[in-house]
Design a protein around this ligand. Structure first.
Ligand SMILES: [Zn+2]
Length: 182
């Protein structure tokens, strides 16, 4: 896991012999680039203590903790610095999200929840985020015909629904479509 130059691992210890807690901090006096406009060398305004669920270290559940600085940008205001090991507003490290996404290719959410001992609602949020991100990158400009799963049309009750869309002759994709009841 990469840690930026301005940050350092401060302490590691086991929590009751069952968890590995990793504390990361920044050097006092460090200055950071604004995460919004990228203006360099902004001073720290305040900090927020954040925690992320990381990959297990052998049999130990592992959490990362960091005093994440918020910088005062003279051009666009106060913003929290982005950490290199997690995306904004996620409670998981990127490596843990990668593992969840990998499991989600072949496992049900409840199975992943049981395996990782994480509530399935949190699993769903991670999977939904990455599925939507992947769909946004799919180029469907060449698609001329699509097929829609027969039973899915019965589930259409509102104006936005996840429908499995088959791209004949190519791979199947899932797309979020604007629709209405048939
Ligand atoms: Zn800025």
């Amino acid at each position: 896991m990469a840690i930026a130059e301005d940050l350092f691992g401060a302490a590691l210890f086991l929590d009751g012999g069952k968890k590995l807690q990793i504390w990361i901090d920044f050097h006092i006096g460090s200055r950071f680039a604004c995460p919004q406009c990228k203006k360099p060398d902004c001073e720290v305004h305040d900090i927020a203590l954040r925690t992320w669920h990381h990959l297990d270290f052998f049999e130990y559940k592992t959490h990362l903790h960091c005093r994440v600085p918020r910088v005062s940008c003279p051009d666009c205001g106060i913003h929290q610095v982005l950490v290199p090991w997690a995306r904004a507003r996620s409670g998981f490290s990127l490596l843990m999200e990668g593992l969840i996404a990998f499991f989600a290719q072949t496992m049900q959410m409840t199975q992943i929840s049981e395996k990782l001992k994480i509530p399935d609602k949190r699993i769903w949020r991670v999977v939904a985020y990455h599925v939507n991100e992947a769909l946004n990158r799919v180029d469907l400009s060449a698609v001329k015909f699509v097929g829609i799963e027969e039973t899915a049309r019965k589930k259409v009750t509102n104006t936005s629904l996840q429908l499995p869309i088959c791209y004949p002759g190519k791979s199947s994709v899932y797309a979020k479509v604007k629709t209405r009841p048939f």
